[in-house]
Design a protein around this ligand. Structure first.
Ligand SMILES: [Cu+2]
Length: 129
């Protein structure tokens, strides 16, 4: 009886493990402060994403996700729609301009638009939460 129970439990645990296969990915997202962090992580947290963590110091977002459910391109697009440039998708200028002034990070280089007059170098005074 005990053996059957153990066999059952072992089978159950391995099944659970299979259905929750996850991968992690890290990519660059531009931002300035704790408000940006919340905005970026919220945009990245869609169904199938188990964790999203953006690091202010190195501007890198790390996500843990289910590759069956999540297309990384969607996440890049959602972050760009929230106003932040990723290494793959650039936010629209009008979306970027709607960000609070302290969140207007330095844009990720766009090769065909030299000397962008909107470029700002101000940094947020408020850091983290
Ligand atoms: Cu900000």
């Amino acid at each position: 009886m005990k053996t059957i129970l153990i066999a059952f439990l072992t089978g159950f645990i391995s099944l659970t493990g299979y259905s929750q296969s996850t991968e992690s990915a890290t990519f660059e997202v531009a931002g300035n402060c704790g408000m940006c962090k919340n905005r970026i992580e919220e945009a990245a947290t869609i169904d199938g994403v188990t964790s999203a963590d953006w690091n202010l110091e190195d501007q890198m977002l790390t996500i843990v996700y289910d590759p069956e459910k999540v297309d990384l391109d969607d996440i890049h697009q959602r972050i760009a729609d929230a106003g932040h440039d990723t290494e793959k998708v650039r936010a629209k200028d009008e979306t970027y301009k709607k960000l609070p002034a302290c969140c207007q990070f330095e844009r990720i280089e766009e090769s065909n638009n030299p000397g962008n007059p909107e470029k700002k170098s101000g940094r947020c005074k408020r850091k983290g939460n």
